[in-house]
Design a protein around this ligand. Structure first.
Ligand code: HQG
Length: 178
C-alpha cells in the first residue's frame, strides 16, 4: 500500500473536504474510523483498506498528522473547512518558529502571519521542523522566530496541536523576527 498517497487522501477527508467523503467532523475534528474506512472503500484504490492500514500510515509517516483514539480518528492540524475546529488554548513555549518562503518575507513583516487558506497559522517548536515546513515552497527557506512569550502576554491566543506544532489565529509582526 502507498501510505503517502493514503495520507494525502485522508488529508482531503479530514482537513479539507469531508463532505466529499460523506463525513461530518465533530467540533474537535474527530470522525469514526469506520465511517472513514467505509467512505475510502468506495474508491477502487482503497477497496480493501482496514484500520491497520491507517495505523501503519500514521506509524510510517515522518510527520505526526493524525491520531486514532478508541474508535475515532482526527487530523491534528491543517484544516481548511469553514467550520473552525476547536483546539485547546494553551500557554506556548517562549519561542516558536515558522518556516516559509523568502518571497513572503516582506508581506509577513508588514502584515504579520495570517492563516491564508487554513484555519490557523502553523508554528513549530523546533527550527528543524520549521525548515522542513519551509522547504515545501523554497529550497532555501527562511525561518522566522516568534516571540510567543511576549505575544501571549499581549493577548495573542495559542493552541496546542501536538508537541511539535502550535497554532494561532494570527501573529502580529511586532512578535516576529528573522
Ligand atoms: C504564508 C504542512 C504572505 C505562510 C506543513 C505559509 C505545516 C504569508 C503560507 C502545515 C503571510 C500558508 C502548515 C503574509 C502567512 N504574507 N505570506 N502576511 N502570512 N503567509 O500551507 O505553515 O505536510 O497554509 O508563511 O508542514 O506552510 O500538510 O501553511 O508559507 O505543518 O501535514 O502563507 O501544513 O503539513 O501556507 O503549513 P500553509 P504552512 P502537512
Amino acid at each position: 500500500m502507498n501510505y503517502d498517497k493514503l495520507s494525502k487522501e485522508v488529508a482531503y477527508a479530514l482537513r479539507h473536504s469531508p463532505e466529499d467523503y460523506e463525513l461530518e467532523l465533530d467540533a474537535n475534528g474527530w470522525v469514526l474510523v469506520d465511517k472513514l474506512l467505509e467512505s475510502l472503500r468506495r474508491s477502487d484504490k482503497w477497496s480493501r483498506i482496514e484500520i491497520n492500514d491507517l495505523k501503519k500510515m500514521i506509524e510510517k509517516s515522518e510527520k505526526k498528522r493524525y491520531e486514532i483514539v478508541d474508535d475515532k480518528i482526527r487530523a491534528f492540524y491543517g484544516h481548511s473547512i469553514p467550520m473552525k475546529i476547536q483546539k485547546k488554548e494553551m500557554k506556548p513555549p517562549s519561542t516558536l518558529y515558522h518556516g516559509t518562503s523568502r518571497r513572503f518575507l516582506e508581506s509577513i513583516m508588514k502584515n504579520g502571519l495570517v492563516p491564508k487558506t487554513r484555519q490557523y497559522v502553523h508554528l513549530s517548536e523546533d527550527i528543524h521542523t520549521a525548515i522542513l515546513v519551509g522547504k515545501r515552497r523554497d529550497t532555501d527557506p527562511i525561518v522566522l522566530k516568534i516571540n510567543s512569550e511576549d505575544a501571549y502576554k499581549n493577548g495573542v491566543k495559542f493552541y496546542f496541536a501536538h508537541e511539535m506544532i502550535w497554532l494561532a489565529d494570527a501573529i502580529p509582526y511586532d512578535f516576529i523576527s528573522h
